[in-house]
Design a protein around this ligand. Structure first.
Ligand SMILES: NC(=O)c1ccc[n+]([C@@H]2O[C@H](COP(=O)([O-])OP(=O)(O)OC[C@H]3O[C@@H](n4cnc5c(N)ncnc54)[C@H](O)[C@@H]3O)[C@@H](O)[C@H]2O)c1
Length: 483
């Protein structure tokens, strides 16, 4: 089993030091037989990483007892994979979403891992808490104000645990920037400039499936940018106070395609050759099994045309965010870039830090006009001198030359974040000491991150800045609220 989304760039490897205990946390050995009972709600792509972890590296502390999904085909996919891994029938109990409470009771579930689409998070989280389970939830916490209030209400009523899995915090390069800021080397932060570029394969993927409708994902400002807003909140140790946003659908979608003279186009990518904007589910056995073979159950199309009708999310976004302690964030997201990566610049009273990451330098086409995701497959792409894949963190104090701040090697997906995050998710009760980087996140961090996107969505509609406190998300998001 692999977690790597075939459309996402492979993580760039860093060239510097090996990860030390500050980056990879240390844990006590688990007492014999002390395993928490897990259920996974939403058994699509992302669920694979957790199921893999429970049945593999963390099997000594966790047991997978049940799956929950609207689609029996995808649950069967994972049951088969787990059976193969175990070498015997896994016999995982399987439930539809209306059976969540029954599942928790019948299978004595301790923790529900929520990897369903974003719009379903609030209901699953709130119901799981009320039924007596703790929750691990993927980003974004939820998509709108009602979802925030539902979750905060359930946490207040039950007092149960909600772990937010912000894996980007765990990527060593992002942790290193946090260390630079926390050390005081660049002084008090006055402003941040953060630019994120998604390429025409990975970025395009959000326009093929449920994410393409704002009611499902909150748009990229909630779905994707909640990662980025959480990073800024965490880097600065601050909380967003006011948001002004502009954006639009300017590249994907049927109107833009018509304006540029594209078309007519096939409604889906499977079976299409020579169109780099399509995804053929037959090209990847995992995609075929999870989505193409499972279409008979619910008609969920994973490979819709990115230039088709019905897209209600933006592909170009720009934000101005005021932080409570006075810093300003300028942020932009573009989802049709020819390369993928990001640049974060942090200005302080004593200097400046600059993190630059190239996750994929270019997407090239093969002789049939299909996108080539593995650059080593085309000789011309080897050794891209102008945009080499990699990462660089420069720190420059006033009146001094720039220095390169060491970034420890990453391990695994999302710039090395996923593997370390999973240790914290499954072994946090065994952690030896607090995390010096403050990486473990809870629902309040989730709220602070989606608050920026939800405020941004409102600002795009009204054309006015939105004060985060006025959103009334059900909890006090200010710096030191009562937890
Ligand atoms: N942290 C990361 O880097 C990262 C990466 C990928 C996905 N994610 C998150 O994981 C979640 C799932 O994304 P995905 O790419 O796996 O999507 P997906 O479409 O591949 O899978 C979602 C699954 O949920 C099921 N589902 C739909 N409605 C449901 C409901 N009401 N209850 C239970 N299951 C339901 C679908 O049938 C499907 O099997 C999203 O919230 C996404 O943001 C996070």
């Amino acid at each position: 089993m692999t977690d790597q989304n075939p459309t996402a760039p492979r993580p760039a490897s860093s060239s510097s030091t090996t990860a030390g205990p500050g980056v990879v946390p240390e844990f006590a050995p688990p007492p014999d037989g002390d395993r928490r009972r897990y259920a996974v709600a939403g058994t699509g792509h992302r669920a694979g990483m957790y199921i893999d972890a429970i049945t593999g590296e963390h099997a000594d502390v966790a047991t997978l007892v049940a799956l929950l999904d609207t689609n029996p085909g995808r649950m069967a996919h994972y049951e088969q994979l787990v059976s193969q891994a175990l070498g015997r029938p896994a016999r995982l109990a399987q439930y539809a979403p209306d059976g969540l409470e029954k599942m928790i009771a019948e299978q004595s579930v301790d923790v529900v891992i929520v990897t369903a689409p974003d719009h379903a998070h609030a209901e699953l989280v709130a119901r799981a808490l009320a039924a007596g389970a703790d929750v691990v939830v993927e980003k974004p916490l939820t998509v709108d104000r009602a979802g925030c209030r539902r979750i905060t209400g359930a946490v207040a009523e039950t007092g149960r645990d909600v772990v937010m899995t912000f894996n980007y915090r765990y990527a060593p390069r992002n942790s290193s920037l946090r260390q630079v800021i926390a050390s005081g080397e660049i002084g008090e932060v006055t402003s941040v400039h953060f630019e994120w570029a998604l390429d025409t394969v990975h970025g395009a993927d959000y326009f093929r499936r449920w994410h393409r409708e704002k009611r499902n994902s909150g748009g990229l400002l909630v779905h994707k940018s909640s990662h980025h807003f959480d990073l800024v909140n965490w880097w600065l140790g601050d909380v967003p106070a006011r948001v002004y946003a502009r954006g639009g659908l300017r590249f994907y979608g049927d109107h833009n395609a018509a304006d540029r003279g594209l078309g007519p186009r096939p409604a889906r990518g499977t079976g299409v050759v020579g169109d780099p904007f399509t995804l053929d589910l037959n090209d990847d056995p995992r995609l075929r099994s999870l989505y193409l073979d499972a279409e008979v159950h619910d008609g969920y199309l994973r490979d819709q045309d990115v230039f088709g009708p019905g897209i209600t999310i933006e592909d170009n976004l720009a934000l101005l965010v005021d932080y409570q302690r006075g810093a300003t964030l300028t942020y932009s997201l573009n989802a049709h870039s020819p390369w993928e990566g990001y640049r974060a610049t942090v200005n302080g009273t004593a200097g400046r830090a600059e993190l630059e990451v190239v996750e994929r330098g270019a997407i090239e086409l093969d002789e049939h006009g299909n996108a080539v995701l593995d650059p080593s497959a085309t000789p011309s792409s080897v050794g891209d001198a102008l945009r080499p894949e990699g990462e660089r963190l420069l720190v420059q104090k006033h009146w001094e030359r720039a220095t390169a701040y060491p970034i420890p090697d990453g391990i695994g997906g999302h710039g090395g974040g996923d593997a370390i995050l999973l240790k914290d998710v499954f072994r946090r009760h065994l952690r030896l000491g607090e995390d010096a980087l403050g990486r473990p996140a809870g629902y309040l961090d989730g709220l602070r991150a989606v608050a920026v996107g939800i405020a941004g969505n409102q600002s795009m509609v009204t054309g006015l800045p939105v004060t985060v406190a006025d959103l009334d998300l059900g909890a006090d998001l200010s710096l030191e609220p009562a937890r």
